[in-house]
Each structure stands twice: as C-alpha cells, then as structure tokens.
Design a protein around this ligand. Sequence first.
Ligand SMILES: Nc1ncnc2c1ncn2[C@@H]1O[C@H](COP(=O)(O)OP(=O)(O)OP(=O)(O)O)[C@@H](O)[C@H]1O
Ligand SMILES: [Mg+2]
Length: 472
Amino acid sequence: MKFGKLAFACPFSNASLTARFAFYSFGCIGIMTLALWFVVSKYLTAQILEREWEITAQVLRADVKQLLVDYDFQATDRKSVGHKFEELLRHVTLMPDITRFKVYNSKGTIIWSDDKRLVGQSFADNDELLEALAGKVVADATPLKKAENLFDQTPMGSAIEIYVPVYSESKELLGVIEVYKRPDILYRDIRRARTMVLFAVLGGGVLLYLSLFAIVRQAARKIKEQQDNLLTMQSELVASQRMAAVGEMAAAVAHGIGNPLSSIRAAAQVAMLDAKAESDPEHTQKTSANLQRIMEQVDRVQKRMQGLLNFARPMEPHPAPVELNLLIQEVVETLRPRFADAGVQAKLELASNMPRLILDANHTEQVLMGLVTNALEATPKNGTVTIRTKTQPGNGAGPLVTISVEDTGEGIPLENRQKVFEPFFTTKSYGTGIGLPLAKKFVERNGGKIAIADTPSGGAKIDVSFPWQQLN
Ligand SMILES: Nc1ncnc2c1ncn2[C@@H]1O[C@H](COP(=O)(O)OP(=O)(O)OP(=O)(O)O)[C@@H](O)[C@H]1O
Ligand SMILES: [Mg+2]
C-alpha cells in the first residue's frame, strides 16, 4: 500500500519573528489560560460546596442534639416520636433553601419522612447513603459537576441531597439525616465565582500576551536594526579595505616609478648638455654613457613596476643570502646623479666585518632606496647623507646588523614620528607618503625593526636592524 507524502508546512515559516511569536504564544497562552481557569474554578467549586455541606451538617446536628434523644432513632413505635421529627423538620426548614428531609436509622432504613410512603423502606443501591452510614457527610451534586449546566438556569424544583450522619454522646452512629437543598443560590454563587476567576485569568493571559508581544517586538526590532547595522558595517568595511588596497597599490606604483624617473630626468638633462658639444669625441662618448644610463633606469622602472605589481599579492619574502654593503653601494650609485643634482654628498661608513644576511634582496633594496631618497630630499645643498652599517651583539637576543641612514636636514619633528609610518602621510608637495610605511612593512616581513633615532646634529636618523645567524 502506498501512502501519499505528508507535507506539514508551518504557516509562518517565512514570517517575521514577531508574527511567529504572536501566533505560537497566542496558542500557548490561550491553552494555559483555559487550563488555569479550569483548575482554579474546579478547586473553588469544591471548596464552596464542601463548606456548604459542612455548615449544613453542623446546623443539622445542633438541631438534632437540641430536639431528639438517642432513643428517637431506635423507637419501634414511630408514632410516639413522629411529632419530634415534625418539630425537627420545622427547625431545619428555617435554614435557607432546605425544603425537606428524610431520616435513616443506622441500618439504612427510612424511619421518618415527610412522604409517609417511604417510611420503613431501605435503598441498598444508594452509594451516598452507604458512605454516610460509614461516617462521612456526603452530597449528591452530580449535575453540578457537569460544566455545561453551570451557566444554565438550574431548573426550579431540582435539589441537592445532603447526607449527614448523626451520633450519640458516646459517638455511636444513630442514623443519617438526608436533607434536600434548593441549589439555585448555591449555583449562582458558584457561577459568579467561576466567572470572576475566568475574567481574572483571561485578564492575566491578555496582559501576559501583550507584554510578551511588546518585548518580543522590541527585541525583533533591535535585532533587525543590529542586522542592518552589521550589514552596513560589513559593506563599509569591504569597501574601505578595497579602497585601502587600491590606494596602497596606486601609491606604491607611483613611489616605485617616481625615484627612477627622477634619475632618468637628471641623466637626460646631463645628456642634453653634453650633446651641445658634439664636435668633441670625448663628449660623444659621455653622451652615449648617459644614454646607456637612461636605458638602465628604464629597465629598472620596468623591474620595479613588476615588483610593485607583485605587492598586490601577499608580500612574502624570498630570503636568500644578501651582501648588505654591496646592496647599499648599488643603491647609492643609482642615486648618484640625484645626489650630484642636489649638491649633497653621500658618505658610506660600512662595517668591514659585515656578515651575509638572509633577506629578500628586492625588499631590502626598496627599503634602502626609500630611506636614502628621503634623506637626500631632506638635506639642503652642501649637506651630507651618511649611511652606516654595524654589527651589534644584541641585548639578550641574537646579534644584530644595523643600517643607519642619517642626514643633515631639519629632522623629523617628534609629533610626526608615529604618523610618518602611516600610509599616505607626507609633508612634501610631490610626495605620496608611502616610502616609510612600505619600508616598515618590508623590514618587518624580513624579521627586522625600523626606528627613528635622535641625532645631535638635529637631522633625521633612521635605524633598521636585522637579526643575523652566522652562516656555515
Ligand atoms: N630624512 C627625513 N628628514 C625629514 N623628514 C623626513 C625624512 N624622512 C621622512 N620624513 C618625513 O616623513 C614623511 C613620510 O615619508 P615617506 O617616505 O613615507 O613619504 P614621502 O617621502 O613624503 O613620499 P614618497 O612616497 O615619495 O616617499 C615625509 O613626507 C617627511 O615629512
Ligand atoms: Mg619618501
């Protein structure tokens, strides 16, 4: 046998949190409210009835004690004691709503009734009577237990039977008195109590529902707001990261091209001057040397461009043994025309015992180029840029190699010493502000440190130090 596929689709699967909460909590609170009303009203009804039976029993027993003696229940000659029971009936019917009663002896036989046809009869199938004979005050209020009758008008003439066991002084069961009580007032009281409970519980339920709904709606709004904020922040972050990457890239490209181009320009200028005196063969040779230089610099630009484009990829260093002193000399040689142009002297104080370091040569060259260019740009005519290398034992850690680039310019003001390492910070009209941040990045990627040191002359001094291990 084949069964069709059952699909239970939640009606609010796509709805908002608030709508789902409104639906489910309405159901839950509704069920809870009805259950509470049912339990509380049931308890209340039981309490009212029990109190009612107890009061009736107390009044009845007091009347019996006052009007009857033990013998009246046992007398075989009923006529002789009949008037006493008449008197008891008169007394008892003074109680509100009690209409009539029957009296049973201790064996369950009717010994007195306002309906004389019943006297002498016994009803074995009367469970309430049996319970009363066992000593309990019992009420037969079966219709009361039916909820659907509660709000109906109780039919006039219907009655509740209350069975009250009565005892002698010596606590011996004398018999049971059954009274018929008109239930209208009692039922009305119960109805009122249950209605009050219903309103109280409904009010509580509605209040609970509304306050929970308000809380959840507020929370849902907050969550939505936070989600929106998060999304905005995320997209802003992505945009700013993209912008930073693009900016960094553009600045790096500009920086990489800028320095070699300046050299090209200076060399071309010299070539132009030399070309003016072309008749001299010596000058012709000089011109070709300068033009050769221009080509070299153009090659350099291309190489640098390639290197900078690689910058877009993670700048993972490719370490290899590097002759630091040699690299410094090459950089200074490259910048020689610019030094000459600016009328600045380049002074090298290179340690003779310099070990070969394991560094990325391209990164190191760019660091040196950036630092020496900065020093050159900061130094006035006839000033000096000094590049030193030295080895240091290192404080506790391994030995260090330090490169210092010092100039006789104005120095870096204290307030700018943090900022100069931030991308795009520049005080130069033609600057891009990428030289030092890039140098810092490259130095750190190669395990080194860069710092601005103080000089007695007032110029700037940048120290770069790399740890070194002795190569075997
Ligand atoms: N030797 C120095 N003497 C004085 N100020 C310096 C020196 N080196 C760097 N600075 C300051 O630090 C700033 C940032 O230097 P950085 O090399 O990062 O950028 P830049 O030289 O301005 O531009 P570029 O991107 O072309 O290098 C400079 O604008 C300058 O104010
Ligand atoms: Mg610079």
